[in-house]
Design a protein around this ligand. Structure first.
Ligand code: BGP
Length: 466
């Protein structure tokens, strides 16, 4: 049984849907020079083939979209604030008023329908200037810039936003230092010490944000946001079990620090053995003690790990990847589908931390076909998406039965948007189809998919009708 106050909803990120990349004083963000996602080459300045420049034009159409979310019965809507709308370069002292007004209106629109905003402060959209001039999070100055930004928005939206997430999928910096950490130094040239120093700066900034948030409004609920990915041993060989544990630790560390306020022993060991030096500034240890109110995470895939070099062949997965699980099927993009893994990860987080959990991303990226709905309109018969979500939500229900405290569920890309990893629109996640294609064609018109009605039923029955 899902709890009465369960927060049902959907999630997007500013850079993947808003478009309007240079409107009303917005500065460039790193996404504006990533026309091909994480795998393709970066450009110096925005190019027309970058689908994010227009996105789904959410910047101008959010009223229509929020109305549709309300029709589905959303209790919560997760989006992010584009940092470069508020501080176009990132290092200014004063914010851009027009950027602040946009989010004022957006949050007001949500409240009009009783939808609670859940806001990610930094979702893969570091201001480009901070990347080019400071090398992103490698530089300790980023902490001050971030603090100035979050203080500004915490104060401004003090009475409009209650739930905040500090950094989207903070652990993805291990794999994507530019997209996740705004680090301009090419990945191949980045030393492990620089990488872990950048991580340290983000951890300090995140803890500092928790402190500032609670000072500004003690009712604020601030969470960390982790890319979760259970790592199973490929075989029962204890060597594989240990390998899986060690690979997991590299990611667990991020939750550990956010929840316990200090580096875990296994990480200190890893750093020692890899000659990684991380400088702690005076006061850092103290700041890290500002721990989060809840843990949020994305969940798409699980992976396997093995100590056997020959079998250690890594496949695709949400940014990180791992050894494919021979028992699971994959999406068209090679992401292995594992609903039970969601129950497993919910239990794992709960057993370790006893903190409320929020699933803030989950969903299926697929190619959709727009067809006649037989009533003079158009729709997508996305039974595959319904199956995916039903299977995952059943496992959320199981975890709740296990005693896990789950605050809510926001499906990823509740309206079609541009993919983070590949920058395509063809990889669709939404309940709402957006008529826009990767060649730039399309009317941007919105259509309800079959899953729209299904999710509406799920929410109306509070998960009773899955
Ligand atoms: C996560 C990101 C999102 C989102 C999602 C789906 O990694 O937090 O921004 O896009 O995955 O990934 P993709 O868009 O690559 O399919």
């Amino acid at each position: 049984m899902f709890p009465e106050n369960f927060l049902w909803g959907g999630a997007v990120a500013a850079n993947q849907c808003e478009g309007a990349y240079n409107a009303d004083g917005k500065g460039l963000s790193i996404q504006d020079v990533m026309p091909h996602g994480i795998k393709g080459a970066r450009t110096i300045r925005p190019t027309e083939d970058n689908m994010k420049l227009v996105g789904i034009d959410f910047y101008h159409r959010y009223k229509e979209d929020i109305k549709l979310f309300a029709e589905m019965g959303f209790k919560v809507f997760r989006t992010s604030i584009a940092w470069s709308r508020i501080f176009p370069r990132g290092d200014e002292a004063e914010p851009n008023e027009a950027g602040l007004v946009f989010y004022d209106d957006l949050f007001d629109e949500c409240h009009k329908y009783g939808i609670e905003p859940l806001v990610t402060l930094s979702h893969y959209e570091t201001p480009l200037y901070l990347s080019e001039h400071y090398d992103g999070w490698v530089n300790p100055k980023m902490i001050g810039f971030y603090e100035n930004y979050v203080t500004t928005v915490f104060k401004r939206y003090k009475d409009k936003v209650k739930y905040w997430l500090t950094f989207n999928e903070i652990n993805s910096i291990l794999n994507s230092p530019f997209m996740s950490g705004g680090i301009n130094t090419p990945k191949e040239e980045l030393t492990e010490s620089q990488l872990y120093q950048a991580i340290h700066h983000e951890m300090v900034a995140s803890a500092s944000a928790v402190k500032i948030a609670h000072e500004i409004n003690p009712d604020f609920q601030v969470g960390c946001m982790i890319l979760s990915m259970p790592v199973y041993p490929l075989s029962p060989d204890p060597a594989d079990v240990i390998q899986a544990m060690e690979e997991s630790h590299l990611h667990d560390m991020f939750t550990e620090i956010h929840v316990r306020g200090e580096y875990p022993g296994y990480m200190k060991r890893y750093m020692r053995e890899h000659n990684i030096e991380v400088a702690f500034a005076p006061g850092d240890e103290e700041i890290l003690k500002n721990t989060v109110d809840f843990i949020s995470f994305s969940y798409y895939v699980s992976v396997c790990a093995t100590a056997d070099e020959e079998k250690n062949i890594r496949g695709e997965g949400n940014l990180l990847g791992g050894v494919p699980n021979p028992t699971l099927k994959a999406s068209e993009w090679g992401w292995q589908i594992d609903p039970k893994g969601l129950r497993y990860i919910l239990n794992t987080f709960w057993d370790k931390y006893r903190k409320p959990l929020f699933i803030v991303e989950n969903g299926l990226g697929a190619k959709d076909e727009l067809v006649d709905d037989g009533k003079g309109g158009k729709t997508v018969n996305d039974d595959y998406r319904i199956d995916y979500m039903r299977d995952h939500l059943i496992q959320v229900g199981e975890a709740i039965e296990d005693g896990v405290e789950v605050m809510g569920y926001t499906s990823w890309g509740c309206i079609d948007l541009v993919s983070a990893s590949t920058a395509e629109l063809a990889k669709r996640y939404g309940f709402i189809y957006v008529d826009r294609n990767d060649d730039g064609s399309g009317t941007l018109k919105r259509y309800k998919k079959k899953s729209f009605g299904w999710y509406k039923e799920v929410i109306a029955s509070n998960g009773g009708n899955l």
